[in-house]
Ligand binder design. Structure first.
Ligand SMILES: NC(=O)c1ccc[n+]([C@@H]2O[C@H](COP(=O)([O-])OP(=O)(O)OC[C@H]3O[C@@H](n4cnc5c(N)ncnc54)[C@H](O)[C@@H]3O)[C@@H](O)[C@H]2O)c1
Length: 336
């Protein structure tokens, strides 16, 4: 489908679900961006879930979002159970403002929901020549090391820095695969890769439905579990949001809002070495890229480079929508 048409349809759907024009635009843009980046587990496959949660009154379509100033650097956003895209968009913009004023911005967001890709927010800070960390927790998916029961979300860690060229953006789940990819495979009747998830008996499975009832494997065993725990503390405990397995699954649990938390840290990279930062970054990247290549590698990529290429490759292409998801979109758009 042409992006322009898709955007009109998505806007219509969000407006019908009582979001404001501005909030509808934000949500439509991020869903389309996820598709363009080929992060399809965070794109249109989630649209129905957001709409179902609004209908069930567990996402507030008309939130009264409040930003509390704690200091010139630190702010707290109370998202009033808005859709996560909107809350996170406000959060990162405030973190950028704070860092521009003082050199460092720290913004906690509470009472939010699933915000999609951390890259969306990191890119905004890097475009303003800032370094950035983005964290969000999520519903139970990963078992803490030593436990049989999943409790941590796939809790992504995202770090961005300007390079003078394509931004460095490391944006990774702390699990072997993001949960969105498993949800989408389940919806479309596809298998998931071997070695990323266990069924409820602890056996490796490639069946997404068994994986959703079991647990996802963290990256690098106890290290990934530890990183997921760290993200839970930073975005859940620190911001006053749900944590330690209490974040509701957006697809399965409609008993209340997710009360999810996010944390954004923005840093002016000039604080220590002034204008030399970009010069040193260029040296850093080129030294690493010039290293002898391992077998099978023509080049060494830094995090963010491949996504940037994917984005540019797809920017002017139509978006392929599987028939099952297209049916959901048409159904939502037909609602009076
Ligand atoms: N909102 C949520 O609750 C939630 C939860 C989990 C993940 N996510 C999002 O899902 C998205 C996908 O996560 P993922 O873990 O599947 O990411 P991924 O595995 O596709 O990529 C992880 C990182 O590795 C880098 N990378 C990939 N190939 C590389 C290569 N050849 N050389 C060097 N670097 C390379 C990427 O640039 C990226 O920074 C992320 O944007 C993340 O924020 C969101």
């Amino acid at each position: 489908m042409k992006k322009k048409l898709l955007k009109t349809i998505l806007n219509q759907i969000f407006l019908k679900h009582k979001l404001s024009k501005n909030h509808s635009e934000i949500c439509s843009n991020y869903l389309i961006k996820a598709e363009v980046l080929e992060a399809k587990g965070h794109g249109l496959a989630r649209l129905k879930m957001y709409c179902d949660r609004i209908k069930a009154k567990v996402i507030n379509p008309k939130p009264k979002i409040k930003i509390k100033k704690i200091s010139n650097s630190v702010s707290c956003v109370n998202a009033d159970n808005s859709i996560g895209f909107v809350a996170a968009d406000i959060g990162i913009k405030q973190a950028i403002k704070n860092a521009k004023k003082t050199g460092i911005g720290l913004v906690g967001v509470k009472n939010s929901g699933h915000y999609g890709l951390s890259t969306f927010y990191a890119e905004q800070a890097v475009k303003k020549n800032l370094m950035v960390f983005c964290f969000t927790n999520g519903p139970p998916a990963v078992a803490p090391h030593g436990s049989k029961k999943s409790l941590f979300g796939t809790n992504p860690i995202c770090f961005g820095a300007p390079t003078g060229k394509i931004p460095f953006i490391l944006d990774t789940s702390t699990s072997m695969i993001n949960r969105g990819a498993i949800r989408r495979a389940s919806k479309l009747g596809q298998k998931i890769p071997y070695g990323v998830a266990l069924d409820r008996n602890g056996t490796i499975t490639t069946d997404p439905n068994k994986a959703l009832k079991g647990s996802q494997i963290p990256i690098s065993t106890f290290r990934g579990s530890g990183l997921a725990w760290m993200v839970d503390i930073l975005s859940g405990v620190l911001t006053g949001s749900s944590h330690s397995g209490k974040t509701k699954d957006p697809f399965d649990d409609f008993t209340g809002p997710q009360n999810m938390g996010h944390l954004f840290i923005t840093i002016n990279p000039k604080i220590f070495i002034g204008g030399n930062f970009l010069k040193e970054m260029k040296i850093n990247v080129s030294r690493i890229k010039r290293l002898p290549k391992a077998k099978g590698f023509a080049s060494i990529l830094y995090p963010g480079e491949r996504k940037n290429k994917t984005y540019r490759k797809n920017l002017n292409k139509d978006i392929f929508i599987p028939s099952k998801i297209l049916k959901e979109i048409n159904y939502l758009n037909a609602i009076k």
